[in-house]
Design a protein around this ligand. Structure first.
Ligand SMILES: C[S@@+](CC[C@H](N)C(=O)[O-])C[C@H]1O[C@@H](n2cnc3c(N)ncnc32)[C@H](O)[C@@H]1O
Length: 205
């Protein structure tokens, strides 16, 4: 594995110097994707929101601005991501408006029906057990609340390229993701594509 491959592979669970460099990179490189995905939701100022796979924490900062009277939680399986996200949002953490926890999408340390929205950007294709993780997202959402996430790539060529680069990445066809969401109790499943490289899912639980 060359250095570039090693760098891309830290995306699944950022760790060490390369991982921290990637967190910094993703905070910048994912900005257009994140802004577009966030623009698809009618945010309410007092919402309680969870960002799963929060990475470098820039989306937590955006969510804090979108919900200025609410509370924003982040969770990530990587200790380096948690540390980075906490540092990036230290002011909001001190003020009690932001909490960042170490943990996995398929076993989250949150009580039932806690969130108005759950977001997950550029992370779902790393989750090893999607049925369990989707059920877990459903559990922590309030009834009728929204799960929104970016998922993979529009073209097969682009999907195959990234699957070859990043070992832990497993991109499923859109219809399969929709079936898994339905099986986990989600309805009103919408997908919106932008350019060649982003699909947004929105679903209600
Ligand atoms: C490609 S990064 C994306 C980070 C951020 N969401 C963004 O858009 O910049 C993927 C993040 O998801 C986290 N992750 C991977 N599997 C996870 C899981 N099962 N549960 C929670 N977080 C996970 C990784 O540790 C990493 O921080």
């Amino acid at each position: 594995m060359n250095l570039l491959n090693k760098f891309w592979n830290t995306s699944a669970r950022p760790d060490g110097r390369l991982g921290r460099l990637n967190l910094r990179f993703m905070n910048i490189a994912h900005t257009p994707m994140a802004r577009w995905n966030l623009s698809l939701i009618a945010w309410q100022p007092a919402w309680t929101v969870l960002d799963v796979g929060c990475g470098g924490g820039r989306n937590l900062a955006r969510l804090l601005r979108l919900c200025p009277k609410g509370k924003v939680y982040g969770i990530d399986i990587s200790e380096d991501s948690v540390t980075y996200s906490r540092r990036k949002n230290s002011h909001a953490i001190k003020n009690g408006r932001c909490v960042v926890e170490l943990g996995s999408a398929d076993a989250m340390p949150f009580t039932d029906a806690m969130f108005d929205v759950v977001t997950a950007y550029e992370t779902v294709y790393f989750w090893p057990d999607l049925p369990l993780a989707f059920a877990e997202v459903g559990r922590v959402l309030k009834p009728g609340a929204t799960f929104t996430f970016s998922y993979g790539l529009k073209t097969d060529t682009a999907m195959r390229y990234w699957e070859e680069q990043v070992e832990a990445m497993h991109l499923l066809p859109v219809e399969e993701i929709k079936s898994l969401l339905t099986a986990a109790g989600f309805s009103h499943i919408h997908t919106t594509a932008k350019g060649k490289a982003t699909i947004n899912f929105r679903a209600i639980h």
